[in-house]
Ligand binder design. Structure first.
Ligand SMILES: NC(=O)c1ccc[n+]([C@@H]2O[C@H](COP(=O)([O-])OP(=O)(O)OC[C@H]3O[C@@H](n4cnc5c(N)ncnc54)[C@H](O)[C@@H]3O)[C@@H](O)[C@H]2O)c1
Length: 266
């Protein structure tokens, strides 16, 4: 007998829905029959710049007018510019989106949050920058980020790797608190390895770029991912089926985490 069971429609907010992983996630959720409110800089139902506090506040206000309940928040918008913008959107944008939408999540019977971090969270990070982010100190984080760019070479990349590690740490610190577990809200992340999306397409365009990616982040299981591979994991973590999973960073990285940390993460 075919499985004819259809999940009850839920309301999802997907940031970065205009491209890549966010677009693929929104498409899968719509395919499953859910209502998706897409947020991005352009071409989405809600248009907002989530790198600023004003942009986040405007997004929350607009979504509150569209719906009285949000079942899933997928904070996925991000950049990889190796600059302070990475910290502003990847960390502050994601955390601000989740916190701003908590009142609407609190109206759901099965509220879920998934943030898109990265396997780059395993790359070296900058301790003071991490601390500034986790203290919620935007100004200090931006100042450190600028200094890293000014230092030249690969230092600017620490903006990206640190932003992604800060997300993972923020999730571990917050998942079991009253605001999240106490309110029945699961809080998880996906950590993609190399994914072929507009963010990486320039690198994939040349042999040199492909080799650089393979050296920086090898993908032993079946090579780089498609946006749909990451979307599938996000959809699971934000589904009603994942009610006992929280505080987790699910690596969807073709084996990079296992290759890098081996069995020493226990
Ligand atoms: N592509 C990869 O290899 C890879 C690997 C690991 C993690 N990630 C992460 O996955 C997420 C999605 O990336 P992608 O590969 O789909 O990239 P993408 O560039 O295709 O999509 C990112 C989307 O975020 C939006 N965005 C950027 N800044 C924004 C802002 N200030 N306000 C609102 N929206 C903004 C962009 O407009 C874009 O539509 C990012 O957080 C990225 O860091 C990507």
């Amino acid at each position: 007998m075919p499985n004819t069971e259809v999940a009850a429609p839920r309301v999802y907010v997907v940031t970065g829905a205009g491209s890549g992983i966010g677009q693929a996630t929104a498409a899968q959720l719509i395919e499953e029959g859910h209502r998706v409110i897409g947020v991005d800089l352009k071409n989405t139902e809600v248009v907002a710049d989530l790198s600023t506090e004003e942009g986040i506040a405007g997004m929350v206000e607009e979504i509150t007018q569209l719906t009285s309940v949000v079942d899933g928040v997928i904070a996925n918008a991000g950049t990889s510019l190796q600059a302070p913008m990475d910290v502003a959107i990847n960390f502050f944008g994601a955390v601000g989106t989740v916190e701003g939408l908590l009142p609407l999540l609190n109206q759901s019977d099965a509220p879920r949050v998934c943030i898109t971090t990265s396997a780059a969270s395993l790359h070296p990070a900058h301790d003071d920058l991490l601390e500034a982010m986790l203290n919620g100190d935007r100004a200090t984080a931006a100042a450190i980020g600028e200094q890293l760019v000014a230092a030249g070479g690969m230092a600017g990349y620490l903006n990206y790797s640190s932003s992604k590690q800060a997300v993972a740490r923020w999730i571990r610190r917050n998942a079991t608190t009253e605001r999240f577990a106490g309110a029945g809200i699961s809080l998880n992340a996906v950590a993609p390895g190399v994914v072929i999306t507009p963010m990486t397409e320039q690198l994939f365009a040349t042999e040199e770029g492909r080799q650089q990616m393979e050296q920086g982040m090898p993908s032993p299981l079946n090579g780089p991912a498609r946006a749909e591979d990451i979307a599938a994991a996000i959809c699971f973590l934000t589904s009603t089926a994942a009610g006992k999973v929280t505080g987790q960073v699910l690596f969807v990285d073709s084996g990079y985490d296992a290759l890098t940390r081996g069995d020493s993460s226990w």
